[in-house]
Ligand binder design. Structure first.
Ligand code: ZN
Length: 288
């Protein structure tokens, strides 16, 4: 009898334990709070006197602007350090575009107190040279990119299918894929890292993406080239380089609904970003 009562007691304890776990597990999951990120724009170069008509559809062809070349750093206490886009590094690009104040992106992140080896994740908005060419400068990072962006631009052997990607970058993309370093994103509104969600529809390239980031000030949207300049948003004008202008405009309107405030939407190349936000280092502003 004594043995039996002990067994009954134990089995009740187990039932209670299982019930307790079953009751509380879903609550524990739903109560998980996404980490709060700090967002920074880091300027690693300037391309002088770029034609604004190359950025804003229909702009006066005489207008020129000094293009800010940037990567965006996301820091949190989660143990992950994220870059949105990776800038460029190739000597032929530097020779062709003659950027002022060029600093290789893996060195530029040090201005925000981060080493290249600290970067755990790089989110590539699209495969253009000035956003993707630096991806292999961050040896410990997994590289997040839309699967359709990859499959549209290179075939299974790495051959270029769309010349929006430079041949050397196609080779690098193929190598990263072979190394298993690509983390594919399948479509819109994907929370790929807690507190960081990516969106499609901007249509700068075939499947470009942008990111919504949970910060203490609310949601910051890192638009990258899905919105080149503040002027695109303010004048409701699509970017000049898009595969679908209507989709691009719709994406810009959606960014307004995603961001806590329109001022927290960060355009891809606008030098005004570095005047509107607090400077916290040489060429570094904090987005808040
Ligand atoms: Zn760009």
């Amino acid at each position: 009898m004594k043995t039996l009562s002990v067994l009954v007691y134990l089995s009740r304890r187990i039932v209670v334990a299982v019930t307790t776990f079953a009751c509380f597990a879903p609550i524990a999951v739903s109560a998980q709070v996404a980490p709060t990120w700090e967002a920074y724009a880091i300027r690693y170069a300037t391309v002088p006197a770029f034609r604004v008509s190359g950025l804003i559809a229909g702009a006066d062809t005489s207008r020129r602007l000094d293009l800010a070349m940037s990567v965006w750093l996301l820091k949190s206490s989660s143990g992950r350090t994220v870059l949105v886009d990776a800038g460029f590094q190739r000597a032929d690009l530097i020779a062709r575009w003659k950027p002022a104040g060029f600093m290789r992106p893996d060195s530029a992140v040090a201005r925000a107190g981060v080493k290249a080896t600290d970067i755990t994740d790089v989110i590539i908005s699209h495969i253009h040279w000035d956003h993707f060419d630096g991806a292999d400068l961050f040896p410990n990072a997994r590289i997040w990119i839309q699967r359709e962006e990859v499959d549209h631009h290179i075939d299974a052997g790495g051959a270029v299918l769309d010349r929006a990607i430079d041949a050397p970058d196609a080779l690098m993309l193929t190598t990263l894929r072979a190394q298993g370093r690509l983390a594919y994103v399948d479509g819109d509104a994907q929370e790929i890292i807690p507190g960081i969600t990516v969106y499609t529809g901007g249509k700068h390239t075939f499947q470009s993406q942008y990111a919504g980031v949970h910060t203490a000030e609310g949601t910051v949207v890192i638009a990258s080239d899905n919105m080149y300049l503040y002027e695109n948003l303010e004048k409701h004008l699509p970017i000049a380089q898009t595969v679908n202008a209507a989709s691009n405009l719709a994406a810009q309107l959606r960014m307004v609904t995603l961001a806590t405030s329109p001022r927290l939407i960060v355009p891809g190349h606008d030098p005004a970003v570095f005047a509107r936000f607090e400077m916290v280092g040489v060429g570094v502003v904090r987005i808040r």
